[in-house]
Design a protein around this ligand. Sequence first.
Ligand code: NAD
Length: 737
Amino acid sequence: MSYKNFTLETDADGIALVTWDMPEKSMNVFTEEVMSELDAIVDAIVADDGIKGAVVTSGKSTFSGGADLTMLKSMFERIHEEKANNPEGAAKILFEQVGRMTGLFRKLETCGKPWVSAINGVCMGGAFELSLSCHGRVVADSKSVKMGLPEVKVGIFPGAGGTQRVPRLTNQQDALVMMTTGQNLSPKKAKSLGLVTEVVEPDKLIGSAKQMIKDGLKPVQPWDEKGFKLPGGQVWSPQGAQLWPAVSANLRKQSYGNYPSAYAIIKCVFEGLQVPFDTGLRIEQRYFTEILQTPEAYAMVRSLFVSLQDLNKGARRPTGVEKTKFTKVGVVGAGFMGAGIAYSTAKAGIPVVLIDRDQDAADKGKAHSEDLVAQAVKKNRMTQEQADKLLSLITPTADYGALDGAELVIEAVFEDRGIKKTVTESAEAVLAPGSVFASNTSTLPITGLAENSKSPEDFIGIHFFSPVDRMMLVEIIMGEQTGDNALAVALDYVQAINKTPIVVNDTRGFYVNRCVMRYMTEAYNMIDEGIPAVMIENIAKMAGMPVGPLALNDEVAIDLSQKVNRATIADLGEDAVDPRHVKLIDTMVDDHGRLGRKNGKGFYDYPAKPTKKHLWPGLKDLYPQLDPDQVSVSEVKNRFLTTVALEAARTMEEGIVTDPREADVGSILGFGFAPYTGGALSYIDGMGAKAFVEMCDGLAQKHGAHFKPTPLLKEMAANGESFYSRFGEGAGLGQAA
Ligand code: NAD
């Protein structure tokens, strides 16, 4: 029999090699079809007396990314519809559907013949669960091999036996950490945890896997043997008594109870280990059914998997422009940002010319890459050879002539219109027609800067976030005259350097900074009202933000906030900035010299290590603080999420952002907007426009006009619309300019 996604070859020793290699896919994923074929393969292997056992591997450079979550998203939608008419029936259908993979893997491990998984590359989620159901697991010893159960990162959990097999193979604490954080495991780490059997040289992978079967690998899992004992002892043992009381508390400390799927993992492990394996699987299946019906799972799968993947694949790329293969990228300005951009570009294998005012300054910019690769080599994340290759791709110089032949030049010089004009002209004097010139400006409108260009249609904003090497988001800003070629080149570049683009139209602060500003200014309001700074910071984190607004302001620098206030007032008038904000920031900077982390004095004090940073006690002398019992925690949470979500809604209303996927993904990747909500617009859609408008009205009455719902939101509330129903996914296609 032949299969579409697998090949099956049996050797002279009677060992079947099952190679998973999906046509027209760069990575193997579990689909309905893959499951059906694997099911049939198990049957075929059992039925063939000539086959002693099977090795399952991948025909691609990676093993598999796990389940196709796009399939899950449509399942959510089907169930949602079904639920409206028949809630119980819908849950039953879901329960049966989610048991499909569990049943398949259980069938494989109890089929009576030994199975070995030969893991040749990245092996995630459902694929790792498949491997765990095999009786042996051999892994290629290579840096490119990573294994893990990352489901929690998209709001779900390992629901195909993962929560039952992992803690039966390793100790419960490591099992819980691995699954509740979605940790990646190297081959060595997986071996030390007992999750894989052997780590071998890549070229010996299949041979070793087959050898295991030849050596008489038992086709029975430890948990199916009589007298099986858990490696970490029972949950009620003395070891268990030390671990379990702290588990929920620790999780709460890390995630503030915002992620139901992480709690479900804990319950699956705790309850599942006290019963026979098959009952444990059933417990897991029930919790998985429950989790799939949570708004968190739907929102996170949609934004953090489906939309993210769509944007990474170029959902916003104009068709009809040939894809650019970069042979040279220029970066002008080798300072903080330029040095980072040069590093990220060279890391993707693209030659970079890094220009500054003189050779010394350009060399300094390259030194940033030298530091980063030295650290990566030290931490074993890069080989010396890779490090040398990366550095060889960066040419620091003061000579604009070196830009000749570049497909794209990105300027990251001082935030000064005059300097940016000179640099644009110098670069364009060398560039061939059709090459694209981009600015990394954070505040200057692209349309205005494009006036310095001889071809404004090829002028665009490519806005990175700091630190460039770690921030995955890049905002692409369309000036009024920016054309399709520039957009396509910018998107091809962002894809080439493995970051995620969102495309936005020109406005002060673009998208991300506009939203972030709201987060910080709401904290200023709260300080002014006397809400204790420690509550501001902690409640923001309880709401799901990764960093408190005051800590964030220290990172971006308080004097930068002062500059932004002043520039806004100069351009738009006194009323454009709340006088309370001006007073707070001016007092911090001018009266107390508190500039942020950079001078060790901001909203926090930064004592020498190992003492941790702590909030500056002087703030309460400037702003007397309320009794904490007078502060409503839930209201503070709502204020933070609402003010940011409202700003995101305004950008949609103004046509700055045109596709809700970009607003959502941009808010999570750009500033960590409470990921469990699915992003700033999904937060509104999740509760419904009507409830959101009511909440805004209430907050506006109490805390000011900046909470007033916008006309668009009111209209959506009246019509029962959501952002996704009104604007649709891909709404911005072809209308970015
Ligand atoms: P920076 O001061 O660290 O670096 C600017 C570099 O430009 C310096 O090395 C300087 O020598 C060089 N330079 C100045 N004039 C030049 C000229 N005529 N020719 C060549 N090089 C010249 O500044 P930065 O923080 O890297 O910011 C650079 C740009 O990136 C600004 O437009 C800023 O708004 C934007 N930006 C900054 C951040 C951030 O977090 N710092 C984030 C996003 C965007």
